[in-house]
Ligand binder design. Structure first.
Ligand code: SAM
Ligand code: SF4
Length: 462
């Protein structure tokens, strides 16, 4: 029998459990996906999401620690919550994601107003951490990483939208690029069994989703350790069979693990979109070697040639990093040369950020912020000019987009009233804005392209 005094504590904890939560997400697609899980865990415990932090009695911040700048943004956001905590003594603040596993207990020193801290593998434990915080009065932390996939109930997730669904196919990373914290913050690479992935895709199809985005740090090494051993192309073939899903996308592909089999499956597929995210990082072999990327620029380019030959019109996006330790002007120029040669359709540019505990942080020849930023800025100008040219080539053409939602960005520059725009993506992943109504959401529609708005295209319904 539970002693009376313990029953009283339980009753008080239950009374004090938060009822309204606000979830704030920083970082990559993996984090957005984790936030959908967090949302589901809280909603299944009867809590209600609210729009503003002022209305919440639980604020959870899902974080990224890839770069110091990303971390600083989170610390300043949490710092600004101090006033809310002052005014509402019952407010609880939690932090999850990579910053939790990167900083561990030290996070409470850096952000004293946190109540609970949990890693990417402890999302299911959030309600317990809250109860323990309330029962004991002590701050709670669980940043352990598991050797198993800890999520398998997609029906619990609260999805961001109803058209494109993220589906995690693996977790962690075994690659050890010398600059990167991910292997430390997310642990060993573990693949999710095919049936589990397919069940999640079926669940999305049943709920009316049209597109799935298969995500992992290196989808090309999917299947390692599963029994029987399977490959990423095997998984794609299984996902292709799910009825109701018309578009399949995936990221990230590591260039060293991209196989001819993957190219063949993409070519043969009706559903896999002709769009590939293939992070290059640098156009210099010396820098790639020091990054421990496992490929040379010539190998990257020859794989790209094969892909472009096999799948006409495929769009290629990439990640590029500037200011890696020891990067010379010649190395930088080599990266720009690759940009001009490849003419990427989309790029994520990063200034190198030194992260403690990574091998690169010990490398010689750290580059000043000023030089790194100059290189970044010039590369951005080059990329924008390439995109402007590519986008101009699209004017007057007809494209098919999958309409995703109403567009909430700033359209005043492009439309006198700034209202009424919807957005969708082509199969090549270009965003197109057009005037339309909400009933178009989830439909594939034809659009005539008449103009350009930054990286996006502007069009009219045919
Ligand atoms: N696993 C993916 C891959 O290798 O393609 C990328 C994951 S990471 C979240 C996304 C990008 O962040 C990387 O491709 C890299 O360009 C950038 N990145 C990672 N660590 C970084 C660091 N210390 N400084 C700057 N950029 C970094
Ligand atoms: Fe980081 Fe490299 Fe793994 Fe990508 S592949 S997550 S950059 S270690």
């Amino acid at each position: 029998m539970i002693p009376m005094e313990n029953l009283n504590i339980l009753a008080t904890v239950e009374d004090k459990m938060p009822s309204k939560f606000k979830l704030v997400t920083f970082g990559c697609q993996m984090n957005k996906y984790d936030s959908e899980k967090m949302n589901g865990v809280l909603v299944s415990r009867g809590m209600v999401p609210v729009e503003s932090t002022e209305d919440a009695d639980l604020i959870l911040v899902n974080t990224c620690s890839i770069r110091e700048k990303a971390e600083n943004k989170v610390f300043s956001f949490i710092g600004r919550l101090a006033d809310l905590k002052q005014n509402n003594k019952n407010l609880l603040i939690g932090l999850g994601g990579c910053m939790a596993t990167f900083n561990k207990e030290d996070i409470f020193r850096k952000a004293p107003n946190l109540d609970i801290v949990f890693g990417p593998d402890s999302i299911q434990k959030i309600p317990d951490l809250i109860s323990q915080r309330l029962a004991s009065g002590r701050k709670q932390i669980d940043v352990g990483l598991s050797d198993e996939i800890t999520w398998d109930s997609p029906e619990q997730f609260v999805r961001e939208n109803g058209v494109t669904g993220w589906v995690g196919i693996m977790k962690g990373c075994d690659n050890h690029c010398t600059y990167c914290v991910v292997p430390g913050t997310r642990g060993r690479e573990i693949s999710r069994p095919i049936e589990s992935v397919v069940n999640e895709v079926k669940d999305l199809a049943n709920r009316g989703f049209k597109e799935v985005y298969l995500i992992g740090q290196n989808v090309n090494s999917y299947g390692k350790g599963l029994s029987p051993e399977v490959t990423f192309p095997d998984l794609l073939r299984s996902v292709e069979k799910v009825e109701g899903i018309s578009r399949i996308r995936f990221m990230s592909s590591h260039p060293k693990d991209l196989t001819e089999e993957l190219i063949d499956v993409m070519k043969a597929s009706r559903k896999i979109c002709p769009s590939l995210h293939l992070p290059l990082q640098s156009g210099s072999d010396e820098v790639l070697e020091r990054m421990n990327r496992g490929y040379k620029v010539s190998e990257y380019l020859s794989k790209l040639d094969k892909i472009r030959e096999a799948i006409e019109g495929i769009s290629i996006s990439s990640d590029l990093m500037f200011g890696f330790p020891g990067e010379t002007d010649e190395d930088y120029q080599a990266t720009c040369d690759v940009m001009e040669k490849v003419r990427f359709d989309s790029l994520f540019l990063f200034n190198y950020s030194s992260r403690s505990g990574t091998p690169a942080s010990e490398h010689q020849g750290h580059i000043s912020r000023k030089v790194s930023q100059e290189r970044f800025n010039n590369a951005l100008i080059l990329h924008k000019s390439i995109i402007a040219e590519k986008n101009r080539e699209m004017e007057g053409r007809k494209v098919v987009v999958l309409c995703e939602d109403t567009y909430n960005g700033n359209m005043k520059l492009h439309s006198p009233d700034g209202k009424g725009f919807m957005y969708g993506r082509t199969r090549e992943n270009t965003m197109v804005l057009f005037k339309g109504e909400r009933h178009l959401i989830g439909q594939e529609i034809e659009i005539n392209i008449y103009g350009v708005a930054g990286y996006n295209l502007l069009g009219n319904l045919v």
